[in-house]
Design a protein around this ligand. Structure first.
Ligand code: FAD
Length: 533
C-alpha cells in the first residue's frame, strides 16, 4: 500500500504541476501497474454518443483508500491543482456526465462490484408490538460498481430482491444512485435513491465516510441524486424484500391520452394490488412491433395510424402484479379487480406470466434487437422530463409538435410518479406538484447514422432543448439525466434548492474536483481562481 500511495501521489503531483498533460509518454511508464493508466475508449464515450471528452488518465481503484489518496492529494496539494475527477460507472450517461476532459476518470466497474446479501436475525423484542421502527430483515451490501443485474442475480439466490428498479439493469448502483433510478415500481416504493440504508463515500476532500439517514445525514442525502458532485460512492446498503417467483405482466391499449393517463392514475392508487405501472406512446407500426419484442404474448392489435394530416396516436399501459403463489390465484384475483375498472380499448388487454428475473431484465431483449439492427452504438439524443400532472397534456402536445410520428425510432415512455415517495432531503430535483402526481416523459430515440448524421443529431438536441425550456418555464417541469448548457441554467434547474446544493458542494468538494462532466461548478484552485467550463 505504501508503494502504491507513493506512485499515486507522484502521479497526482505530476498532474498538478503540468498545465498540459504531455509530461510523460504514457502514464503507465512512470507509474507502474497501479495508479494512473492510459485512457481507454470507454473513458471518453457514453451511451448518448454526443459528447466525447478524453481524460488524461484512468484510475482503477482496488479499494476506497485508492480513491481517497487521489482526491486527498488533488484537494490539498499546492501549488495549483487543476485536475478534475469523474466517477465512471457503466457509462450509460447521455451527455458526457461521467467524463473528465484532461482529468482523471475513476473506473468503479474495475473492482468495486461485490454483492453481499445479509439476512439479519429477527430484531430484538420481536413480538412486542410497540410500533417502533425496525431494521429491514434483509439487505444487500454492494460495491458501487456492481450492475443492478448482478445485484439481482445474487439476491435471487436467497429468494430476495431490491424493491425499486430501473427499466434497464446494466447500469451501476453508483450511477443510478447519483441520479435517481426510476421505473414502474417507483410509484409504490419511491425511486432507488429513496431505497438506500447506508452509503460509503469518498468525499471530494478524500475522506472515506460511512453515512446514513442518521449518521452524517448531510453527506448521505447530498450524494443521493447528487450527480457525482460531492463524493464517489464506493458501497451502498440496499433493503431487500421477498422476490416473487412470477409476475403477471399486462398491456392494455388506448386511443385517448386522457383515458390512458386517467387509468394510469387509477392503477397507482391501488398499490395493494399493483406492483408496477408504466406506459408508452405508440406512434407508428414500427413502435408497436419494437415495443412488443420482449412481451411474449400474441397481440391481435392492428390499429389504423391514419394518414398525412390525420395521424392517429395510440397509448399502451403496462402494469404488473407480483405472483407470490405458485398457482397464480392471487395474481388472478388482483387482475380481475383491476382490469374491470380500466377503460382500455376493449378487447385489447393482453397478459402473460413470466419469471421475476425475465420481467425485470426485459429491456435486455430490446438491447439485443437494437444491436442486431446496428442501432445500439449510435447517438442517442434522449429527452427525459418530469412534468407536473397539470401540464401533461400541454407537454404531450409540445412533444408531438416537435417530432415526426412517421419516422420516430424508439419508445416514448409516459407514466405517473407520486411526489411523496421522493425524499426531499436528497439532491434530486422534481417539480412542485400540488396534487402530488407528476409524470416522467422519456423520449428514448436511437438515430441511424445512415439517415441522421451529426447535423441531424444536433438539430434533435436543439429541438429537445426548446421543448424542455418551454416545459420548465411554462409548466414547472424538471429535466432528468440532462446536462443543462451552463452553470446559470443549472441554477434555474435547482431553483429554490440551489443554495443547499451549492452549500453541500462547498462542504464536501470545496475545490470542485468532482463531476466536471455535469458542467455545474467550474474547477477552482486554493486561491479561488476558476477554470473556464
Ligand atoms: P455513468 O454514466 O457511468 O455515470 C453517471 C453519473 O453518475 C456521472 O455523473 C458519474 O460521474 C456519476 N457516478 C457514477 N458512478 C458514481 C459513483 N460510484 N459515485 C458517485 N458518482 C458516480 N435511468 C432511470 O432512472 N431509469 C431507467 O429505467 C433507465 N433506463 C436506462 C436505459 C438505458 C438503455 C440507458 C442508457 C440509461 C437508462 N437510465 C435509466 C439512465 C441511467 O440511470 C443513468 O444514465 C445512470 O447514470 C447510468 O448509470 P451508469 O452506471 O452508466 O453511470
Amino acid at each position: 500500500m505504501e508503494l502504491k500511495a507513493l506512485y499515486l501521489c507522484a502521479a497526482v503531483v505530476a498532474v498538478l504541476l503540468c498545465s498540459s498533460v504531455d509530461f510523460i509518454q504514457s502514464p503507465t511508464d512512470v507509474l507502474g501497474p497501479v495508479a494512473l493508466l492510459e485512457p481507454t475508449p470507454s473513458s471518453a464515450r457514453d451511451f448518448g454518443a454526443v459528447v466525447s471528452d478524453a481524460p488524461f488518465a484512468v484510475v482503477r481503484p482496488e479499494s476506497p483508500d485508492d480513491i481517497a489518496l487521489l482526491l486527498g492529494a488533488l484537494s490539498s496539494a499546492a501549488p495549483s491543482p487543476r485536475a478534475t475527477v469523474a466517477a465512471l460507472g457503466a457509462g450509460h450517461s447521455l451527455h458526457g456526465q461521467a467524463q473528465a476532459r484532461g482529468g482523471i476518470v475513476v473506473d468503479t466497474r474495475a473492482l468495486l462490484r461485490d454483492v453481499q446479501v445479509v439476512v439479519a436475525p429477527p430484531p430484538r423484542g420481536h413480538g412486542d408490538h410497540s410500533g417502533g421502527a425496525t431494521e429491514p430483515a434483509a439487505y444487500a451490501d454492494v460495491g458501487a460498481g456492481a450492475l443492478w443485474v448482478e445485484v439481482l442475480e445474487e439476491c435471487l439466490r436467497f429468494g430476495l430482491a431490491p424493491l425499486s428498479w430501473t427499466d434497464y439493469l446494466y447500469l451501476t448502483v453508483g450511477g443510478t444512485l447519483s441520479n435517481g433510478g426510476i421505473s414502474g415500481q417507483t410509484f409504490k416504493h419511491g425511486p432507488q435513491i429513496s431505497n438506500v440504508l447506508q452509503l460509503e463515500v469518498v468525499t471530494g476532500k478524500g475522506e472515506v465516510v460511512t453515512c446514513s439517514p442518521t449518521k452524517i445525514p448531510e453527506l448521505f442525502f447530498a450524494v443521493l441524486g447528487g450527480l457525482g458532485q460531492f463524493g464517489i460512492i464506493t458501497r451502498a446498503r440496499i433493503p431487500l424484500q421477498l422476490a416473487p417467483p412470477k409476475v403477471r405482466w399486462v398491456r392494455a391499449f388506448y386511443d385517448s391520452f386522457e383515458t390512458f393517463t386517467g387509468d394510469q392514475e387509477l392503477l397507482v392508487s391501488m398499490p395493494e394490488q399493483v406492483d408496477y405501472v408504466e406506459g408508452f406512446m405508440v406512434l407508428n407500426e414500427r413502435a408497436l412491433h419494437s415495443s412488443s419484442i420482449a412481451f411474449p404474448a400474441q397481440l391481435n392489435f392492428s390499429p389504423d395510424f391514419g394518414s398525412m394530416g390525420r395521424k392517429k396516436v395510440y397509448y399502451c399501459i403496462e402494469f404488473a402484479v407480483h405472483d407470490s403463489q405458485k398457482d397464480s390465484s392471487n395474481a388472478e384475483h388482483a387482475m380481475e379487480l383491476v382490469s374491470e375498472k380500466l377503460s382500455y380499448l376493449r378487447p385489447h388487454m393482453y397478459s402473460v406470466d413470466v419469471s421475476y428475473f425475465d420481467f425485470l431484465n426485459r429491456v435486455r431483449m430490446e438491447e439485443e434487437s437494437l444491436r442486431s439492427r446496428g442501432l445500439w452504438d449510435v447517438p442517442h439524443p434522449w429527452l427525459n422530463v418530469f412534468v407536473p400532472k397539470h401540464g401533461i397534456t400541454r407537454f404531450k402536445d409540445l412533444l408531438m409538435d416537435a417530432i415526426s410520428a412517421d419516422d420516430f425510432e424508439g419508445p416514448i415512455l409516459v407514466y405517473p410518479l407520486l411526489a411523496d415517495k421522493w425524499d426531499r432531503n436528497t439532491s434530486a430535483v422534481v417539480p412542485a406538484t400540488p396534487d402530488g402526481v407528476m409524470y416522467i416523459f422519456g423520449v428514448l430515440r436511437s438515430t441511424d447514422p445512415a439517415r441522421c448524421g451529426r447535423a441531424c443529431v444536433e438539430s434533435i438536441l436543439a429541438q429537445h432543448r426548446r421543448v424542455a425550456d418551454e416545459a420548465c418555464r411554462g409548466i414547472g417541469a424538471k429535466q432528468y439525466l440532462a446536462r443543462p448548457p451552463s452553470p446559470a441554467s443549472w441554477r434555474d434547474h435547482f431553483g429554490s434548492s440551489w443554495g443547499r446544493f451549492a452549500a453541500r458542494k462547498a462542504r464536501f468538494d470545496p475545490l470542485h474536483v468532482l463531476g466536471p462532466g455535469q458542467g455545474i461548478f467550474p474547477r477552482t484552485d486554493p486561491a479561488g481562481r476558476r477554470d473556464a467550463m
